[in-house]
Design a protein. Structure first.
Length: 308
């Protein structure tokens, strides 16, 4: 029901651009140290386009050239796979095309170049991401494009995707790490934000211990607790809220200022979650003051909060 937006806003993991017919563009991929785990860079582009991909190593040697839809290029070292470059067409989930570049642990540090060439272009837009590495994060060089930095699992349509802000400060600022939307196809994620900065929470496996951490993975559980309160109030009043109705309750109850204005914010979402306002919205449904209704046993009527 709730998913963390990710903590990659300042990590330099995203790049984007547009290719024209016959044009090429270079993405520079910086590995600051010899990777201790496998690393991955992926590029997504429109299904109507065709890009050829070329991988150049830190020493300037061309490691692989893969045409769109061709078999992946695999380089071995010591009898083990060291590099793989794939250029898949028509992904089964979205019909778009995907380039994947994989380097195994132990590959040389330095700057790798991923060169894209537009061989058949009708749209030309592309987005590239470097997968998270908890030890030594590789990145694209500055200036960084910090948009579209939410996690891949944070792009689902139904979950509540949650960013993080610092509830300890009067201005309630965003956490520096909290990732930004939107999704690659332009959908508005994250949905909301919750306290996730310097949070004291229960420590798993201890039974009685506590731990203080920061991250959107601290904000998402807070929102899950809010959803539990919404479900409890609904259940106590004989209501079964669908996931769409639950999302609407939580999102419409979100607070503003920050963020300013009335529109979706690429890191706060619609606003900061409010447990009291969300529970009150459910109460309004049961006493008829909400202007809408949720039917028992999972009806799908839309909700609307009473204006105050």
């Amino acid at each position: 029901m709730t998913i963390a937006a990710s903590n990659s806003f300042e990590d330099g993991i995203h790049a984007a651009g547009t290719l024209t017919q016959g044009q090429s563009v270079e993405l520079r991929w910086e590995l600051f140290t010899v990777p201790m785990s496998d690393v991955e860079l992926e590029v997504w582009y429109q299904g109507s386009d065709r890009f050829t991909v070329e991988l150049v190593g830190p020493n300037g040697a061309v490691l692989a050239i893969v045409a769109p839809g061709a078999a992946p290029a695999v380089l071995a070292s010591g009898g083990q796979v060291a590099v793989m470059v794939a250029n898949r067409l028509n992904d089964p989930n979205n019909a778009d095309n995907n380039i994947g570049v994989f380097l195994v642990a132990g590959m040389p540090a330095g700057v790798y170049t991923v060169r894209l060439q537009g061989t058949q272009v009708t749209d030309g837009r592309f987005h590239a991401w470097i997968e998270r590495d908890n030890r030594f994060q590789s990145q694209f060089p500055p200036p960084h494009d910090n948009t579209h930095t939410i996690g891949s699992i944070s792009c689902g349509r139904l979950p509540l995707v949650v960013g993080s802000y610092d509830a300890h400060k009067p201005a309630l600022p965003l956490s520096f790490f909290s990732s930004a939307g939107p999704t690659r196809d332009g959908r508005e994620k994250p949905d909301v934000a919750a306290p996730g900065h310097n949070v004291l929470a229960a420590k798993s496996r201890t039974g009685t211990g506590a731990v203080r951490k920061s991250g959107t993975s601290m904000a998402a559980p807070a929102t899950a607790g809010l959803v539990a309160l919404v479900f409890a109030e609904a259940r106590a009043n004989g209501l079964n809220l669908t996931i769409d109705q639950t999302r609407e309750v939580v999102i419409k109850a979100a607070r503003r200022n920050p963020p300013s204005g009335t529109k979706w914010h690429d890191r706060y979402g619609i606003g900061r979650v409010s447990a009291s306002a969300a529970v009150q919205a459910v109460i309004n449904l049961t006493d008829g003051s909400g202007g809408g209704a949720a039917t028992a046993r999972g009806g799908r009527k839309r909700l609307s909060r009473k204006k105050k």
